[in-house]
Design a binder for this molecule. Structure first.
Ligand code: HSE
Length: 313
């Protein structure tokens, strides 16, 4: 029987002013999706979810299955069944693109099994559908980062999705607090955002976002770090809901981080650092969580590559 095993990395969306537009793939965590085709079956089933975080996969279901199903639909393939096995290595519900990574891995695995090579936008649309099932709202930043690797920019252009990834050589530290977040956390954290934004603030945000991308490309991480902290719209609205936000931010900056932001919709935080300061920033973040009464996983992360086939038969 033919099967394929695919790995997809975690990701951190927004990086401050890049709400729903910017994300970076991070090698801190990864999911594995194994897929096989059943020619005498129809539809998509997940026969097992395993791994450290298997039990934390939300009741709403697995995004991998929804993404694979949507891919079959977009490719107009009706006469096969797909069986998925998911190994969760990315903690779900923590703002690390966990559902997006499973979805990205699933669409790459199924494409390989079917020997089709769909355009990136189609893979993105299918994977984004899986993500939407999990969060209730369509946003493609995390899936694009997991799928393509690097620093990714997504946008809707003339009603269609477009994405571009840039190879950057940056180092980050992610702090993942072990706290319970509400079911459908991303949706909840989107409801706290202002429905309207004053033009001056919007201008400040898109100026900073554009300069942030440029400074990441140029490797000017000092400036990039400052810009990551320049979001005037989303982060200020979410910060009160992020556990130990102020403590972690101050500790990371005092230990030498270039900048700190909420990772995606939280509760994780992400700091941009120089490779030399990474360990010190990680230990400062760890201590900040612990003094604040929370257990946390703190990891140094490099920018990760795309979703990759790791084995097949
Ligand atoms: N851009 C999305 C948000 C990412 O911030 O709501 C969610 O992980």
């Amino acid at each position: 029987m033919e099967w394929v095993r695919v790995a997809a990395f975690s990701s951190s969306a927004n990086l401050g002013p890049g709400f729903d537009a910017l994300a970076v793939a991070l090698d801190a965590f990864y999911d594995i999706v194994e897929a096989r085709i059943e020619y005498d079956a129809r539809g998509v089933i997940v026969d097992r979810v395993e791994g450290v975080y298997a039990r934390e996969v939300p009741a709403k279901g697995n995004t991998a299955a929804a993404a694979a199903w949507r891919l079959l639909q977009l490719l107009r393939i009706k006469d096969v069944g797909v069986v998925l096995r998911v190994r969760k290595g990315i903690p779900p519900g923590k703002g690390l693109g966990s559902s997006g990574a499973s979805a990205a891995a699933a669409v790459v695995a199924v494409s390989r099994l079917l020997r089709v090579n769909p355009p990136t936008e189609l893979l993105l649309e299918a994977a984004g559908y899986g993500e939407q099932m999990a969060s209730g709202t369509p946003h493609y930043d995390n899936v694009a980062a997991s799928l393509l690797g690097g620093l990714v920019i997504v946008a809707e252009v003339e009603g269609r999705l477009a994405a571009s990834n840039i190879k950057v050589d940056a180092t980050f530290v992610v702090g993942v607090p072990m706290v319970e977040m509400p079911e459908g956390k991303t949706g909840v954290m989107r409801k706290v955002l202002p429905p309207r934004v004053e033009l001056g603030r919007a201008v400040a945000n898109w100026q900073r976002l554009a300069l942030l991308v440029a400074s990441m490309i140029r490797g000017d991480y000092q400036l990039a770090g400052k810009l990551m902290m320049g979001d005037e719209i989303v982060e200020p609205a979410r910060a009160p809901y992020i556990p130990c936000y102020r403590e972690v931010r101050s500790a990371a900056l005092e230990a030498g981080a270039f900048g700190v932001a909420i990772s995606g919709a939280g509760p994780s935080m992400i700091a941009l650092v120089s490779p030399g300061a990474a360990r010190e920033v990680a230990s400062a973040i760890n201590q900040a969580y612990s003094e604040c009464g929370l257990e946390a996983i703190v990891r140094v992360a490099r920018v990760a590559g795309p979703t990759t086939i790791v084995a097949s038969k």
